[in-house]
Design a protein. Structure first.
Length: 81
């Protein structure tokens, strides 16, 4: 992301991640069902996004959740990382 557009998009992506982290941590301290719902929804949407990106790119998707997690952490889930 060396262009101005890339830097701008990266800035807002970082803000969204930071905001989500703070919200989730506050919710975990309350130990309520709404927080659990939010976490499960986020994980589900992440899995669907991974599947969609891999399918559009014409790559085979794995049925094993540990593969999804390892690819996400290593940045192999999408060309953008």
């Amino acid at each position: 992301m060396s262009t101005e557009l890339g830097k701008t998009v990266g800035q807002f992506k970082g803000f969204a991640i930071s905001s989500m982290q703070k919200t989730m941590l506050a919710g975990f301290q309350q130990r309520d069902a709404a927080t659990l719902n939010g976490v499960m929804l986020s994980l589900g949407l992440g899995a669907v996004t991974y599947w969609a990106k891999e399918t559009v790119a014409g790559r085979e998707t794995s049925e094993d959740p540990s593969v999804w997690l390892s690819k996400r952490w290593t940045g192999q889930a999408s060309p953008a990382g």
